[in-house]
Structures are given as C-alpha cells and as structure tokens.
Ligand binder design. Sequence first.
Ligand SMILES: *Cc1c(COP(=O)(O)O)cnc(C)c1O
Length: 414
Amino acid sequence: MADTSIKSEFIKTNVTNVPDERGYYGEFGGRFVPETIIPALDELTVAYQEAMADPEFQQRLMNLHQTYTGRPTPVSYAKRLSEELGGAQIYLKREDLAHTGAHKINNALGQALLAQRMGKKRIIAETGAGQHGVASATASALLGLECHVYMGTVDMARQQPNVFRMKLLGTEVIPVESGTKTLKDAINEAMRDWVTNVRSSFYLLGSALGPHPYPMIVRDFQSVIGIEARQQILAQAGRLPDLAIACVGGGSNAMGLFHGFRDDNDVDLIGVEAGGHGIESGEHAARFADPRFGRPGVLQGTRSYVLQNADGQIMNTHSVSAGLDYASVGPEHAYLRETERAFYTLATDDEALAALHRLAQTEGIIAALESSHAVAEAIKRAPTMPKDSIILINLSGRGDKDLGTIMKELKIDG
Ligand SMILES: *Cc1c(COP(=O)(O)O)cnc(C)c1O
C-alpha cells in the first residue's frame, strides 16, 4: 500500500542555482559536442523548462510514479544490521522496489514523457550492462514510443537476459561492432543516429552525464528519491540523518538522494566509487581517489573528472558491478567535491561482495552489486558512530541481475 503520509511533490528544477545558464557547475559540465548538436540541446533545454513549469506535465509524471513505478518507495529500518554493527542506526531507501528493480526508471519515465510532449516518437538510447536499455524500453512501451538501443556486441554477449528483456518489450537492439564493441562505441553510434534524425528523435540519456542540459534533467528526475527520503526519515526517526550514502557510477542515484538534503548542512553526503581490485592495482573506477589518473578532462560531452593516462588517453576501468564501471563521473559530483558539500570514497569488489552477503543475511534484502558499495561504507562507519546517530543508504537496485556474478564470486553452490 502506498504510504499516503508522504506527500508527492512537484519536482523543482535548479533550486540550487547550478548549473549556470551555460550549463556549468563551477568549472565542470558545459557542452563539448559537435556544432550540429547544439540546436537540439537548446530545443531540449527550452522544452524541459516549459514542461517543469506545467502543472499538467508534473501531475502526469507524479501519477505514473504512484500507479506504475511504485512510488513512494519505502524507507526500511535495518534493525538487525544496526544492532550487529553496534553504532549508528541504519535506514535504507528502497529503490530496489521500484518497477524494473532500480532507480533508473525514475529518469527514463521522466524523459520519455518529455519526448512525447515534444512530439518525438522515436527514442534513442545506449546501454552497457543493459539496465538503462531496459528502463528506456519499459518507458517507451508504456507510452507507445518506438525505441532503439545501441549496444556493443561484447556487452550483448555478456548481458543476454537484458538483451532479451529489451526485445520482449518491443525495442530494437542495434549491435555495435566498432572499436572495443562496448559502451563508449555504443554512445558514439547513438550520437551519430541523433545527429541524423534529430527532428524525429529524442536521445534518452541514462545518468547525470553528457552535455548540458542532461546532467540537470537527470538530477531533477532522480531528486524524487531524496525528496521522499527526507520526509520518510523525519516521519520514522524523528530527525534527519547524520550521513546520506550512495554509490556513484555516472552519479544519478547519488545526485537524486543528495539533492533532497543539499540545504541541510548537518547532513554529510558521501558518494562511494568502485574501488575494484584496489587503487594500487590500477584496476578500478575511482575517478576521485586515484591522483595518478583521475583528473579533470572531457569525456562524452562534459567536463568532469576522468580516468586518463599522461597523454589524455581514457583508461580501462574495472568493477565487479557493471553500473559503476565507467571512466568519468557526472560534473555536479565534481563540483560538490570541489566545494566540499559532498565527500567521496571507495569500496573494493571484495568489500562490496561482503556487504551484499551481510545485508542479505541480516535484513533479507539482496542488493545490487552497485548499491552494495554504499552498504560497505555504512558498515565501515556505523561502529564508529554513537547509537543515536543515523545513516541513510540509498539502495539503488536489487541484486537479481547480479546472481550469476554473486554466486561465482562468493563461491556459493547453485
Ligand atoms: C546503473 C546503476 C547504478 C549506477 O548509476 P548511477 O547513475 O551512478 O546511479 C547504480 N545502481 C544500480 C542498481 C544501477 O542499475
């Protein structure tokens, strides 16, 4: 049953005055794209602002969230885990319970509605692990839009079930054979398609990345997480959390959580990156934590922290979780870090797997490998904090998609 005490609120865009008019968050963000795409980005910016100012659009999104996505998702008190750790009380924002099993639907649905409003009947998306592809395919099916998802053939082979899900949902999955046949090649092909078919097509971007206005749009559509969670924790615990923790891939679920608490200066915001096999190994996706390779640069249309070698070549990344395995991070995270409003740390593959196992056995929740990075940070911190303190974790998704990896890594027999 929906928690009726939680007010659904209209999403407000840009309450914090970043990005500026040009799409910059301090020195990060912007638009590093071919000239041909600029008019499309301008058109999108105007259409987005008009939509957000239109109560009918907002009402429609809110209604779909309540009757389709399953919002508000609950906040659960992790009683047994908190007791075991013996310090802070841990609460979980349950995005794993949203339709399709993760937060990605919040953004996919918002952008698909926007596409419809703009009169664009064709959705273009790209996907690596397939999670954003599935969310886009889902939203497109719901709204009767045609959906084309670009995916590298190496990723298609690795992520068979998601390829099948997208096809079942009526989406055309377009195999990409160029380059390394993975996400960055899929992004290039999707961009090419958009430039060619910009009048009929809407590019549905999956994380708080890319050229302006995408990082802002994705943040705003995900901010429903933090807006709900703030009310829920106040109702359940009687006060705000001391810490709000989320994993950071491109950064959309973390931006969504953080946005709800940005003006609450007593709430520390912590983003957790993929530490892979550890910083020294070089096999990770911790853009902020490795001063040897992580520094400001441009990747896929935006300026942010990028893992790159001395010549500016993009580094290969590694994480046990596909959703955190990316060489760059959303520009607003770079800005929050620079201004010290948020802090960033990492969890290794092993720490995330151990956290996943522990949460499953204490709370009966199998979290996604991505989300388990945030749980790992809470496990490190909770014992050092007083018993009347509170940690809020964004559980961005459920672990069903990861069962194969989990069984192999934890050596559990099937
Ligand atoms: C895709 C994904 C992520 C990473 O993406 P962000 O944009 O950083 O949120 C995290 N958790 C889950 C469950 C995902 O599917």
